[in-house]
Design a protein around this ligand. Structure first.
Ligand code: FAD
Length: 287
């Protein structure tokens, strides 16, 4: 299939992009890497009349440290995340997850901003952002604001973005020194979205879990934080009974779609296994 007709705009500044989106109205969409939007257009599931390409805006790229946070420009590609020494050192879970996204061709074009703004429950970055306590910088005709990732996702493809608003950056607090991390993703084949995936960031003290956050991908219409599962492991040494309890608590909040990746019960079951594996691997990485 080929997309329907559209006009193409390439503003050079964020202010121009915001102005353009406001003046073009509901039928205009920002274009980032195009690796979610263009396939939807080819299937005629999205038919924007105007695409506002963000590639001309230099200020939307880059990875920088700001105090105790890492700030990533929205147009930074998944490939650039993988190539970044700062990400490998400070946010290794992002590196671990990014390499599991699709294939090199997609990662060369796909951006972190597009991945988190899209609202696709299958995208991997949103659950990581919940797990890491990230926030998103947004800019629109009525000004700039910051929204916590935990407040951003409202339904499948439905987010806190107002019409015409651009997500400009993702800001992530540095996890504690010596933290353990893991992203476990079950997929049918290389290049597929997750059948189920779990992100874990935790710290240990004296052999017991001191803090823990668990995020879930593609197990609900939005990414999820499994707060009860995380609570269940605090103060434990992650023995077999605790892991079972945590998996059950996580499964209790999952409501995945039944699709080609399997029926609901199967996806919940493997979701629980992803939680168990991620907890175990994260604990083994603490120092
Ligand atoms: P685009 O496709 O350009 O945009 C996506 C949507 O977000 C559009 O509605 C657009 O208007 C909006 N948008 C984009 N940027 C902004 C912004 N800065 N502000 C406001 N709105 C914005 N992803 C995964 O996470 N895991 C996978 O396993 C995976 N597998 C894939 C396999 C294939 C074969 C393909 C083609 C894609 C796959 N993807 C996967 C999706 C890929 O990571 C996309 O690149 C990503 O989801 C969207 O990023 P993008 O930069 O391409 O955004």
């Amino acid at each position: 299939m080929i997309p329907g007709p559209f006009s193409y705009h390439r503003p050079a500044t964020l202010a121009d992009a915001v102005k353009l989106l406001a003046s073009l109205g509901d039928e205009a969409r920002p274009l980032a890497g195009g690796h979610s939007l263009v396939p939807m257009m080819k299937l005629r599931l999205a038919t924007p009349e105007h695409l506002v390409d963000l590639h001309g805006i230099a200020g939307l790229k880059g990875i920088r440290r700001e105090g105790n946070r890492i700030v990533i420009g929205a147009m930074t590609t998944q490939h650039e995340l993988l190539a970044s020494d700062e990400i490998a050192k400070s946010l290794p879970i992002l590196h671990e997850a990014a390499v599991l996204i699709a294939d090199p061709q997609v990662r060369y074009r796909g951006t972190i901003g597009g991945n988190v703004a899209n609202g696709d429950p299958g995208n991997d970055m949103p659950a990581l952002m919940l797990t890491l306590g990230a926030s998103y910088a947004l800019e629109g005709a009525s000004g700039a604001r910051v929204v916590a990732a935990s407040e951003f996702y409202q339904g499948a493809y439905f987010t806190a973005l107002e019409p015409g608003e651009i997500l400009t950056a993702v800001s992530i607090p540095l996890p504690a020194a010596g933290h353990g991390y893991a992203y476990e993703k079950l997929k049918r084949k290389v290049g597929d979205y997750a059948t189920a995936a779990a992100a874990v960031v935790l710290t240990m003290s004296g052999g017991k879990v001191a803090s823990c956050a668990i995020g879930l991908t593609n197990l609900h219409e939005t990414p999820l934080l499994a707060a009860d599962a995380a609570k269940a492991v605090i103060g434990t040494s992650l023995d077999a009974a605790t892991l079972k309890k945590a998996a059950a608590a996580a499964e209790a909040i999952m409501s995945p779609a039944a699709d080609a990746r399997g029926p609901v019960e199967y996806r919940k079951h493997v979701g629980g296994i992803m939680v168990t594996r991620a907890l175990t691997r994260a604990a083994g990485r603490t120092s």
